[in-house]
Design a protein around this ligand. Structure first.
Ligand code: V0V
Length: 144
């Protein structure tokens, strides 16, 4: 049910500084930026120049609060890779299939992710130490 690697998420203390770092050293462009209050993040999706935005992107995640997922991650592990996100066509079906296989999903129901996508997560302890996100993109056709 995985159709693509949607994005790789990096926890950063300062979003603007991280955007500038990835622009200056790797030439990545900002495809999208938003605040997700529920997840406690200010975030940006970055893409390689000239790509439409359907390719794998880099998600920079900065905490809005210390007690958010990213705030806790930074306090414990420091800046770095925080998540791997698989694109799926149906997040509810994907979550149900993985639950059936004995993996713990973090949410009972999918939550709102970037650009009105629907997301759920596999617990990192059930996925080889990797926080795996499942992303069902919004149906409006906007890539991100
Ligand atoms: C924690 N652990 C991780 C981890 N976070 N391992 C790998 N990758 C991570 N990102 C380890 C941690 O070191 C512990 O291992 C163990 O899991 C339990 O951690 P904990 O400290 O007890 O738990 P918390 O309170 O740090 O919570 C961890 C989870 C939390 C994964 C449950 O971060 C969470 O709910 N994440 C899902 C939401 C999220 O990440 N939102 C921000 C992105 P030891 O020490 O016991 O061995 S928002 C987003 O992605 C959006 C909007 C989007 O893409 O659209």
């Amino acid at each position: 049910f995985v159709t693509a690697i949607d994005h790789v998420g990096i926890a950063v203390p300062d979003l603007d500084a991280a955007i500038e770092f990835h622009r200056a050293h790797f030439g990545l462009e900002v495809a999208h930026e938003e605040v997700n209050e529920e997840q406690g993040v200010r975030e940006a999706m970055l893409r390689a120049p000239g790509t439409a935005g359907t390719e794998t992107q880099i998600q920079l995640l900065a905490p809005l609060r210390e007690d958010s997922a990213i705030g806790k991650f930074l306090a414990k592990s420091g800046p770095g890779l925080q998540q791997l996100a698989y694109r799926v066509s149906d997040v509810d079906a994907a979550a149900a299939a993985l639950r059936e296989q004995g993996l713990r999903l973090l949410y009972e129901e999918a939550k709102r992710g970037t650009s009105n996508s629907r997301v759920n997560f596999v617990h990192p302890k059930d996925a080889g130490g990797v926080l795996v996100e499942l992303v069902e993109p919004a149906k409006d056709g906007a890539p991100h």
